[in-house]
Design a protein around this ligand. Sequence first.
Ligand code: ZN
Length: 165
Amino acid sequence: MTDHSSIADGLVVSIHYTLRDDTGELLDTSSGDEPLVYLHGAENIVPGLERALDGHTVGDRLTVEVAPADGYGEATSKGPQAVPRDQFPADADLFAGMQIYAETESGDGFPLWIVEVSDDQVMLDSDHPLAGATLHFEVEVTEIRPATAEEIAHGHPHGPGGHHH
Ligand code: ZN
């Protein structure tokens, strides 16, 4: 028998969360919206938060401080780089904060974040917008359920709050 009452790898977990930075400024929240649904142990959420949730049960409320290394990484970029807008498809809906994937010449994918979009150029940064930030989460666990075999294979949850495809 597997116990599905406490959070462990291979379970789909729903959480309500509020994220603030060191100054207490609100960065993101699920409040007033659907909870965030993720597959535990599949790196769907930042490692520091995933680790803190381990073993918790429905109804638990946690306050979690996550260092940059366990969050969105240390800030390492030397600043955004400009790329001509016409390097992207004309109909691409580009916006600040959007994550895209670029490829090296050997075909390895790596993430970049859009910082700013203008008519003729796009500013790209290799750092996540929250790189270097200590993250302050307030979290409430609202649901825990077993993942389906398909969800385990895909590495993310399906259905309400999850991927649709
Ligand atoms: Zn899937």
